[in-house]
Design a protein around this ligand. Structure first.
Ligand code: C2O
Ligand code: CU
Ligand code: CU
Length: 574
């Protein structure tokens, strides 16, 4: 393959001449998606049955007597073990679901909002019709029925709205909840349970003077991602946990739309992770800090043994850099950390809230209030997993591409905006196969062309890749700044629906070394994941199985403003 600019140019012209060459699937269009699941399947015998509804309510969030309008999931357990649904009092967060591997689950979702919506089970490996694809968004007053077997191993997942074009807003206004899966293997480990197994759902919000939630105000908030200035943990500000002098399992979930957290103790004590996105690790891993991108989870083993009663530990989001375009970050620095809010830059819409991406701030205080004699010991070995290797894939030399691209100032994947039911050749995958996938930033068109060589690139839109051909070639001149390549100079948490994947490698191709140093030790890549943070200029290879189910499975940026801008596509598993 010659690395000529003409290659991309030619593809671009071809695209323009013939219009969208991407394949449309008549069977998907014909099967009226909204009537796909209105009633239960007679042959499906559920072990667990839950009635969910979503509606607008007012809840107290700030401790000043005000009530905030939110969108909230309510759940009623119709069938199954009593602890399946655990609700948070006075909160906007949806109830925590406790599932067990092997359970058959049926969920009714009643949309009592004033707009369309659909629920998605982030991290669960379920049939496409129960995955909450935005094409199944239902209107107010309608009901959707999900049916699936819990195939996942023990781990921490979550559920949230995946409403077509409204995911960011609905998650922001409250439509999300934690989902735990347990299995026999986990039970044998004697990990902390009950009151010692706690959620740590981290979100950033912005409130106006009346205590009401503010969301994006314009295109810049969408492009750069919305950042709130108030950090909530489990739905409340100024989080403080009263803990005993023993070990806990905290299930951290980044439920923010675009804020990235760098979890760490203020005093430099390392953190121990025992699980990632969807499952337990083989062995605990101790890290100086843990990067938690939107959509990511990490199960932390926090041991307060030996800490005197009265002592306090502060968990912070520690400072980091390089996840935003350089120009944006220097403006953030100029503004001087936390001062000024939207003031100076507000006019340009550069800042949303007064807390920049990568700034340091406290997340939660842990207050040791009781001394106890014994504590569970951290297991040396957690679970045995067969690591997926290159030998398992059928395309080792020809990975499927997920290119982080942009066009007309919108972030995209693989050069084309989201479409409910359109797939390109490179997005078709045989059911049962295990694929190597390369997530990368094509800095130039020829790179795009060569990285994806061997694939049928027809229909791949090369325009505006930040290179020279797309008419937005100012990236190099502006140092990755304002005009082109803005999105490519950002970190993107890339999430794939369906089965969990393994990170194979990270290559620091074009990363800024100094910035990368502030995040590099925080990736827990040894476990199975469903979301991976890709730094600017970085290339991440993953191995992902596409087993069991056919249909459309999304891949997208879990910066939810980006997702809603169309940074999302489908794999068609057939
Ligand atoms: Cu948590 Cu498609 O998303
Ligand atoms: Cu998902
Ligand atoms: Cu993104």
């Amino acid at each position: 393959m010659t690395h000529s600019i003409n290659y991309g140019r030619r593809q671009f012209l071809q695209y323009s001449a013939f219009g969208a060459a991407a394949a449309l699937f008549p069977e998907l269009l014909l099967a009226n998606p909204t009537s796909a699941r209105r009633s239960p399947t007679p042959g499906f015998k559920p072990d667990v049955e839950i009635e969910f509804s979503a509606r607008e309510v007012f809840v107290p969030i700030l401790n000043n007597g005000s009530k905030t309008k939110v969108q909230k999931y309510f759940a009623k357990l119709l069938k199954g073990p009593e602890n399946t649904v655990q609700s948070f009092e006075d909160n906007y967060l949806g109830p925590t679901l406790n599932f067990a591997k092997g359970q058959k689950v049926r969920i009714y979702f009643d949309n009592n909002l004033l707009e369309h919506s659909i629920m998605h089970w982030h991290g669960l490996h379920v049939p496409q019709k129960s995955d909450g694809h935005p094409m199944y968004s239902i209107e107010p007053g309608e009901r959707f029925v999900y049916e699936y077997e819990v195939l996942n191993n023990a781990g921490t997942s979550f559920y949230h709205s995946h409403a077509h074009n409204l995911t960011g807003s609905q998650v922001y206004f409250g439509l999300a909840g934690l989902l735990k899966v347990t299995d026999e293997e986990e039970k044998k480990l004697g990990l902390p349970t009950g009151e010692y197994d706690l959620p740590l759902v981290i979100q950033d919000k912005q409130f106006n003077r009346n205590g009401q939630l503010q969301y994006v105000r314009g295109m810049h908030d969408r492009m750069m991602g919305f950042l709130g200035d108030t950090i909530l943990v489990n739905g409340k500000p100024n989080a403080e946990f009263a803990v005993k002098s023993r070990a806990y399992r905290f299930r951290a979930l980044n439920g923010s739309t675009s804020r990235i957290y760098k979890l760490g103790w203020d005093d430099g004590t390392p953190l121990t992770a025992i699980g990632t996105d969807v499952s337990l690790l083989e062995k605990p891993e101790t890290k100086p800090y843990v990067m938690l991108a939107p959509g990511d989870r990490v199960d932390l083993w926090l041991d307060f043994s030996g800490r005197p009663v009265g002592s306090k530990l502060a968990m912070y989001s520690l400072p980091f850099s390089g996840t935003m375009p350089p120009m944006f970050e220097s403006m953030q620095r100029m503004r001087g950390g936390g001062q000024g809010g939207r003031g100076m830059m507000g006019g340009m819409g550069m800042m949303s809230g007064g807390l920049g991406q990568g700034e340091k701030f406290p997340i939660a205080i842990f207050h040791v209030t009781e001394k106890v004699g014994d504590s569970p010991k951290l297991p040396v070995q957690l679970v045995r997993r067969q690591r997926l290797t290159e030998k398992d894939v059928d395309n080792a030399d020809n990975p499927l591409p997920i290119a982080i691209t942009e066009r007309h100032m919108r972030p995209l994947v693989n050069g084309r905006p989201f479409s409910l039911d359109e797939v390109m050749e490179i997005e078709k995958v045989k059911v049962g196969s295990i694929k190597k996938i390369k997530i990368f930033h094509p800095h130039e068109e020829h790179e795009m062309a060569s990285q994806t060589s061997g694939h049928d690139m027809e229909g791949m839109d090369h325009g505006g890749m930040g290179g020279r051909g797309g008419g937005m070639g100012m990236r190099d001149e502006m140092g990755g700044g304002m005009m082109g390549g803005m999105m490519m100079a950002m970190a993107h948490p890339i999430h794939l629906h369906g089965q969990q994947f393994q990170v194979l490698s990270r290559k620091e191709g074009h990363v800024d070394r100094e910035d990368y140093e502030t995040v590099r030790h925080g990736f827990v890549d040894s476990g199975l994941k469903d979301t991976v943070l890709v730094m600017p200029g970085e290339e991440v290879e993953i191995i992902k199985p596409f087993q069991d189910f056919k249909g459309l499975y999304l891949y997208h940026c879990h910066n939810l403003e980006h997702e809603d801008l169309g940074m999302m596509r489908n794999f068609y598993v057939h």
